[in-house]
Structures are given as structure tokens and as C-alpha cells.
Design a protein around this ligand. Sequence first.
Ligand SMILES: *Cc1c(COP(=O)(O)O)cnc(C)c1O
Length: 462
Amino acid sequence: MNYVSTRGAAPTLNFCDTLLAGLANDGGLYVPQTWPTVAHGSPDASFAVRAAQILAPFVGDEIPPATLEALCRRAYGSFRDPLVAPLREMGENRWLLELFHGPTLAFKDVALQLIGQLFDHVLQARGERITVVGATSGDTGSAAIDGVKSCRNVAMVILYPQGRISEVQRRQMTTVDAANVHALAIDGTFDDCQDLVKAMFNDAPFRATHHLSAVNSINWARVMAQVVYYYTAIEQLHAVDSAPVSFSVPTGNFGNVLSGWIARQLGANVGHLIVGSNSNDILTRFFETQQITTAPVVPTLSPSMDIGVSSNFERLLFEMNGRDGVATADQIATFRTTGNLAVTADQFGTWIRPIFRGQRCSDAQTTAMIAATYRDHGVLVDPHTAVGLVATQACATPDEPVVTLATAHPAKFADAVEHATGVRAELPEHLADLLTRPERFTSVPNDLAAVQRFVASVSATR
Ligand SMILES: *Cc1c(COP(=O)(O)O)cnc(C)c1O
């Protein structure tokens, strides 16, 4: 399978090069040149086997099927639940899809555990090494570190703002005992960390010397890996030939729900896609007004969704523009200068109205939903999942089967859960000693030269 950029001006790449490139060099995002058709499979097959089957058309002949299956088995062997993404019934026509049984307790593990395996396989075959550099304000950093900690051909440096992330989030990064991963505590904000990473990528000689790469949410392989659980959820429900199943997705960067749209595009029996937002509601406002307009980001109880612009939306925009990269690039450029992007009534009626629903949710509604879910079902849910449940309640009819994606373990946001229910969610056994494990990190000033010296000292070229 070959991949093209949403902005039409970057070279067409094969799967392995797309995996390693991350962002396209015209600033766009890579998407498959064509959408294949992918049939539903057996509910008795394991998650790893289904993953290898569903992802095969996107990988093509670049990785043999038996090898792809072995990589999937290794990736999903690290999950605590043998089903990897089990369903939990929550009353008539309602289910939770628990995506938090991976090593770092958030759905990002589903993609990043596989990406670690894919990176190592491809780099080993080519005799290459890379240095993954990223900035994190929470979940992505720990999931990325865990994904690559046993990769022989990847060094990883993650920048985080010192004193500005939770203790659990920090310790999930600093207590990983692997020589190839490095947590850098920056004396600055999350934006400072992001600026430092961008500056390193914009320094072409530095980028080339140290083989820099990224695993942020615009990497195609992340979106691709997330398609799998939309298929397996429908198969577990034996709903392949019955009424379409709708999915409610707590949304930030639009990566997770885009994977649901792709599953629908490939032929999965997906009904509506319900987009749940917190007070950072750029997508809900788009569904109401047909216009995308920026607004300042405000902090909420669901911090992994505190996002001003949902970068993965560009992939859907490309489809809405009839896969015209030049038109998409123009639209994005206008958006960057005016802060406003409008789609036509035709585009909205074809691509959005029949498929998407949207609902915003305040912190008070989030807390009330955590409390109600515990009271009515005896189940503790994290604040991100609660946003999804509020959206389900607002957007679905009683006879519509809806799966709400549970994107984080309640113990990851234990304070918010305790505040709502009076109950403290326990960390799973493998993390029970997290708060007493030795930490390993390096403090660095908010200074590009100092950060570059550190990256050079640990980079994969040594
Ligand atoms: C990242 C994240 C989200 C948002 O996912 P997107 O793909 O960015 O829309 C939701 N919930 C949790 C717990 C997350 O970590």
C-alpha cells in the first residue's frame, strides 16, 4: 500500500517509510492512496490475530503475514486482559469498551505497543537506528516510552514540564528501567517543551545526524492500529449482520474517532460516531455551525482532551475535498491566518450529518456522570470516559446499540474519581509499587543548546 499527503506536495511513500516519517514533509498527514475493503471476522479469533488480518492490506507485502501476526502477538501480550479490549454491558443497548488494560492504563497503549514492535522490526531489517523525540503533558509520553523500552534500534527522549504533570504521570515515565529511554524534566511549560522539540526538528543538520523521528498522534500507524477495536467490538457483540453499532468517543485530537470513521469506510458495521468534547469544544461547535473556529484552551478534569485544534481532522477534510491535496492545503493556510474554516452545505450534508453527532460536557456534568455510573452500575469510570457517557446519553436513541470507549483506567485520575464517588480507584497490581520505585530523569534548563547536547549524548547514532 502506498500513502499520499493530505496537502498533495510530499512524495508518495510505502508503508514502512510512512511509519518512520510521521508527518509528511509538506506539513500534511499521510493517508492510504485508496481505501481497501476489510471483512468482519470470527469473534473467536484473538485480538492479535484479528489485528494482523485487519491491518494486512495497509502493510501490503512489506511485512509477511506471519511476521505481522508475531509482532501483533508480542505487542498485545503486554495487556493484562486476555481479550485486550473487553466489553462491559451497561444496561440495554449500552456497553463500555475497556481500552485501558495496557501497560500505562490509557487507550494510547493499543497503538504505541504495536508501533514499538513495528519500528524495531523495520529498523532491524534495514540496519538503521532512530532517535524518537517528543514532548508530553501526560498520557502520550508514558505510552510512547513503554512502547519502545525494549526496542534495540530506537533511542527515545521525552521532554516534560517539571512540576506541571501529575505524580502518577511523571512516575510512569521516570521509573521505566531501560537504558534507551530518557525522561527530560524541562524548567518550563508544556508549550516550551513543544517549542524545543519543534526547533530540533527544524534544525535539518541536527535532525539528519541524529535520525530524529516522532510518534505523535498524527503518525498514520497510530490511527491504523486503533481501527482494530472497532471491528472486534462489533464481532464480540455478534452484531456483524444486525443493526449497525454506534460508538461514542471522548475526543481531543480526533485520532481515535477518525479510526472509527476509517473502520466504517472499510466496511465495518459502524453506525453513528458520537464525538464527546469537554469545554474545549471546537468539534461540537463545528457540528452545530459547520465552521471550525479556534478558541483559547481551558484546563478541565479530562486533561488529555484539552486541545485547541484537532490535528487529525485534516485527514477527514482531505476526504471532504474529494482527496484534493491542493484545496486542503489552501483551506489549512486560510485557517492558520484567519482562525476560521468553513465547509460547504454539500460537504457537511455528505460527510458529517449522516455519520457524526457531537456533545460538549462541563466538568460538573463529568463529575455527575462519574457519580451516577458508580451509583447505577457499581463501575468506576475516569473523567474522559465520563465525557463519552454524557455524549451517549445526549445523542443516542434508546434502541440504538452504542459502545462508549473507556479511554483511561480510573486509577489514572484517582482524585477526580474519588471526589465524585468517595471511592479511591486502586492501581492495578503491576503498578501498585509505582509510588515507591526509584526515579530516573535529567533536569535541563529551557534552552535549545542544552537539550540538543543531551539528545546528541544519547542518540541512536552512537
Ligand atoms: C489521548 C486521549 C484522549 C483523546 O484521544 P484523541 O485521539 O486525541 O481524540 C481521550 N482520552 C484519553 C484518556 C486520552 O489519553
